[in-house]
Design a protein around this ligand. Structure first.
Ligand code: ZN
Length: 226
């Protein structure tokens, strides 16, 4: 088993550190430092770049997954409309959840290299962040942030992994950025660890386990970003 298996599955936090000047948010040190540098540059340009979510552990992702599978939390379609999950087969339900939520143990938020970002001062006071497409697109409250990231994030080593319009299995996430160098290495290890993952997830108390274990090959080829 690869020595990074615990890291990539969100079950080993030992390499993570708090992002400098961003209390409460964990990342791998190099990614966190790069993020902080980008944040300072954004500040100079009048953008208060903030983290909404960075590292998330397996348990947290498992809680989200189980709540969606069991109908305790809405499953949204590509236009953010709630899906009537009572009409779906297990396979269809898994695919529907995977559009906006990663399978626990495969989320890039486990890597310590990925961040969901926003810029609270661009929005009206009291505005509640939703992390939805319309907020980051043309005319959206954070559209200016999208433009700033487009122009600058590459210099700091970041890119957006979920923007492949041709890939219709997962939603475009303009708010989700990834520290390319390390994330790409970890994504490669993730693909190489498929058989270990199959065993790992089979031993977890996850809703839809039987369906998921049958779908591991498809999930790894179609739903994970490189
Ligand atoms: Zn994200």
């Amino acid at each position: 088993m690869n020595s990074k298996f615990g890291l990539i599955t969100g079950t080993d936090q030992s390499e993570l550190k708090e992002v400098p000047d961003n209390p409460g948010f964990l990342a791998l040190p190099e990614a966190g430092t790069a993020f902080r540098e980008m944040q300072k540059a954004a500040e100079k340009d009048g953008i208060d770049l903030k983290i909404a979510s960075s590292y998330r552990d397996f348990q947290r992702q498992l809680t989200i997954w189980n709540a969606k599978y069991d109908g305790e939390r809405p499953v949204l379609d590509w236009r953010n409309r709630p899906v009537d999950i009572s009409r779906l087969t297990g396979v269809e339900l898994v695919c529907a959840i995977l559009f906006w939520s990663a399978l626990p143990g495969t989320s890039r938020h486990h890597f310590g290299t990925d961040f969901d970002v926003y810029a609270p001062k661009l929005a009206p006071e009291g505005y509640q962040l939703k992390l939805e497409t319309e907020e980051y697109g043309k005319g959206g409250v954070y559209h200016q942030l999208t433009g700033w990231l487009d122009a600058n994030m590459e210099k700091f080593g970041f890119f957006r992994p979920f923007t492949d319009d041709a890939k219709v299995t997962v939603g475009t996430e303009l708010w989700h950025i990834s520290y390319r160098k390390t994330a790409t290495e970890l994504a490669k290890i993730q693909q190489e660890s498929k058989e270990d993952f199959r065993k790992f997830i089979g031993g977890q108390d996850i809703a839809g386990r039987a369906v998921i274990t049958c779908m591991i090959d498809d999930i790894f080829s179609e739903f994970l970003a490189a």
